[in-house]
Design a binder for this molecule. Structure first.
Ligand code: AMP
Length: 593
């Protein structure tokens, strides 16, 4: 097995990591950053942008940019960018392909396999959609693991004896809390709770509101009508928030924020940590209830917790850490960066699957194989619909997976020759109130003794992916489906998207090569022009000068029409023309440069 990277595919930011020299290590992105904004966009020229480039254009071209796509995974909704509709899987695949490319550049080798993390509460459709996104990006998804489980792996807790760990995850747009139990290499998610619409962005919005209100009071100008000023306000708000995690006071300066009667107006103020904490205390308070619910669902008292892990960039805020201490009575572990530890844990799991050597926290080298058992639980109850629209449970919520459960059913009527199996997910007693995951039909049913007997089996694999089969015990005839609910893509659509993505990767490589060559051609022409005007250019032999000018003209004509985005650039001719000009101008350039 080759290298298996770990990917934290986050709502706001994503992060990739790999085991190197026995240690999980963050893979820096192409700009040197350790996390990459989960933002995708297209420039007006339809150039694909991912990460910081997409985030930067979000305010200027909101109709061409999408963020927080994770919220839509498995929903069946599409998003419109320009004139095209995209499935969330395709957008996530673009983020994954971007991370894959960065990993390949970092490792200097192709990367084809990954472990990807998802929130513990992700249902089957959301997990499938994540797996499909990986496939579209050209990645075999070896495992999908829960984010809190990954955090525990990053901290090496899988090597420890009985532990009950609370993972408090406050990111940019979501809050999740999970209680996990670790015992001799078995990791089990006991419960999970959260708030899908609470995160660092809400803190930024509070600061932005405060700054705009203060600005209006001082200048009478309402910035809310000026999108470009508001974008700068949000940027400076986030920056100030981050500073206040380590400092007591942050300077907030936005020169030339707007104009009044043709005169520039600047924003200049300070924000203290105390002010930030007083304007956001209710946001932090909103994490209390989910923590208490998670403890209750796990049937635990805070006093039985042994560790608390902080995940998500927003847990860097001192007020958040105080809240966690108050709720659990424990000092949270902070040895790892909270926005990186999920990816590090996924990488550790990838390393283990690949049989890599991993240095444990105790410094010992261990070869991990199948000895590590990750045990997760089903987030929701799985049922089938039976007579009268009743949801009959086969697998209860929070059952450890992998699991397999069979139950025998009969038909409502003795003469019935076929049955429709409706697979449901949810806790409600009536089938119509639950989510329909899929349906399939078993026909040609025969009687066995008095009545037909149909054995329905639910199988959930280690990744939480559900397969349901129904067998007519009289004939042995069987039908099954891997839950591929209507909100997800068909295998053909995934294959098509994968081919498109692969084609795009080839196009993108060519585009980059085109751009580099055009850039080289341009700077060479500038150098030559400059040198010809200089002393050595003026004293140049006329024939040589003429030759240089002619080669320069040929190159100029070729590059003038070249469009790197359409791939129409006459790459080879330009390359030859560059070479020709370089040779002809060598005596001149060598003298002057
Ligand atoms: P994540 O999704 O885990 O990458 O978290 C992103 C969120 O963490 C964003 O809202 C960031 O503004 C926030 N964040 C990152 N660093 C800090 C910091 N030092 N203090 C406060 N919030 C931070």
């Amino acid at each position: 097995m080759g290298t298996i990277i770990g990917i934290d595919l986050g709502t706001t930011n994503s992060c990739a990591a790999v085991v190197e020299g026995g240690k999980p290590t963050v893979i820096p992105n192409r700009e040197g950053g350790r996390t990459t904004p989960s933002v995708v966009g297209f420039s007006p020229e339809w150039e694909r942008l991912v990460g910081n480039a997409a985030r930067r254009q979000a305010a200027i071209h909101p109709e061409l940019t999408v963020s927080s796509i994770k919220r839509k995974m498995g929903s069946g909704e599409t998003v419109r960018l320009g004139s095209r509709d995209f499935h969330p899987q395709e957008i996530s695949a673009m983020i994954l392909a971007h991370l894959k490319q960065d990993a390949e550049d970092f490792l200097g080798q192709p990367v084809t396999q990954a472990v990807i993390t998802v929130p513990a509460y992700f249902n089957d459709a959301q997990r499938q959609a994540t797996r499909d996104a990986g496939r579209i990006a050209g990645l075999e998804v070896c495992r999908i693991i829960n984010e809190p489980t990954a955090a525990a792996l990053a901290y090496g807790l899988d090597n420890e004896n009985e532990q009950k760990v609370l993972v408090y995850d406050l990111g940019g747009g979501t809050f999740d809390v999970s209680i996990i139990q670790i015992d001799h290499g078995v990791i089990q998610v006991l419960s999970t709770c959260g708030d899908n619409h609470l995160g660092g962005d809400d803190f930024d919005a509070r600061i932005a509101d405060h700054l705009t209100a203060q600005f209006r009071q001082q200048t009478g100008i309402d910035l809310k009508r000026d999108p470009s000023a508001m974008r700068r306000i949000y940027e400076v708000a986030e920056e100030a928030k981050k500073q206040l995690s380590s400092a007591q006071v942050a300077d907030v300066r936005l020169p030339f924020l707007t104009t009044r009667k043709g005169e520039p107006v600047h924003l200049e103020t300070t924000l203290t940590r105390a002010e930030l904490e007083s304007m956001t205390s209710d946001l932090i308070e909103r994490t209390t209830q989910p923590v208490l619910s998670a403890l209750r669902d796990a049937r635990l008292d805070a006093s039985s917790l042994t560790r608390v892990l902080l995940v998500g960039g927003s847990t860097r805020m001192p007020a958040v850490q105080r809240k966690v201490r108050a709720l659990t009575g424990l000092e949270p572990s902070k040895a790892l960066n909270p926005d990186e530890c999920v990816a590090l844990g996924a990488a550790a799991q990838g390393g283990k699957l690949a049989g890599a050597l991993v240095v444990s926290d105790s410094g010992q080298q261990e070869r991990f194989g199948k000895d590590l058992l990750l045990m997760d639980v089903t987030p929701m109850t799985l049922s089938i619909e039976t007579v009268g629209g009743v949801a009959t449970h086969l697998i209860e919520r929070n059952t450890p997976i992998p699991t397999r459960v069979s139950q025998i059913f009969t038909t409502a009527s003795l003469l019935q020759r076929s049955v429709e199996i409706k697979v449901l997910q949810g806790e409600r007693p009536r089938s119509r109130d639950n989510k329909l995951l899929g349906t399939f039909r078993l026909s040609g049913v025969k009687r066995l003794g008095g009545r037909p007997q149909i054995e329905v089996t639910f199988d959930i694999d280690v990744n939480g992916i559900v397969q349901v089969s129904a067998k007519d015990l009289a004939t042995g005839k069987q039908q099954s489906i891997t839950i591929q609910d209507s909100t997800n893509l068909s295998p053909e659509a995934i294959e098509q998207a994968r081919r498109d993505a692969a084609q795009y990767a080839v196009f993108e490589k060519q585009r980059k090569a085109n751009l580099t060559l055009l850039h080289e051609a341009e700077s060479l022409q500038n150098d030559v022009k400059h040198a010809l005007k200089g002393d050595s250019g003026k004293n140049l032999d006329r024939a040589i000068r003429h030759r240089i000018q002619e080669s320069s003209r040929v190159l100029h004509n070729l590059t003038r029409k070249a469009n790197p985005n359409t791939g129409e650039v006459a790459y080879e001719s330009i390359q030859q023309a560059v070479q020709q000009l370089r040779t002809d101008a060598a005596p001149l350039l060598n003298q002057t440069l």
